[in-house]
Design a protein around this ligand. Sequence first.
Ligand code: ZN
Length: 198
Amino acid sequence: MDYYGNQITKLINAFKSLPGIGAKSAGRLAFHIINMPKEEVEAFADTILTAKEKVRCCKCCYTLTDSEICPICADPKRDKTTIMVVENTRDLAAYEKTGKYNGVYHVLHGAISPMLGIGVEDIRLKELIQRLEGDVKEVIVATNSNIEGETTAMYISKLIKPTGIKVTRIASGVPVGGDLEYIDEMTLSRALDGRTEL
Ligand code: ZN
């Protein structure tokens, strides 16, 4: 039974389609929007649209950014000879928050998952190998410690080993199956310090 009317139901369903938003939260958000002044709703909608239009991948590390080269790659003080491989931009942000890492990143945009049909070609692995042609001394594999993350780490290690470049994996201070972005900064910097060679 549609006791809300078509437009409200549509708005609730739009919120419900977002990750982590259940029916209750979706309803709360939808009614909050309806009760907001029109100008605020317009500004909010505009922020979403502009972000969608302007955000793209950094030409160098493939993190999401709104410039051709992201601020980390553009920073002359960052050590370009150390590349940390992460699954997504949120994981990059988690490491940046520790303030303990001065190298650069490579964002894969996913992990190898035969279950989900995500193969080697579907993530930015080719681009990582291309970057190794430059002056790179160490590749730190910081993919998640679930099956997909471990599979990807093994694959990267096999791929890079023949080049003679050092490949390391973050320590297991990161809980098995844990999503990097939810782990506290202390655990993350310990995992980085305790990395081992693959
Ligand atoms: Zn970059």
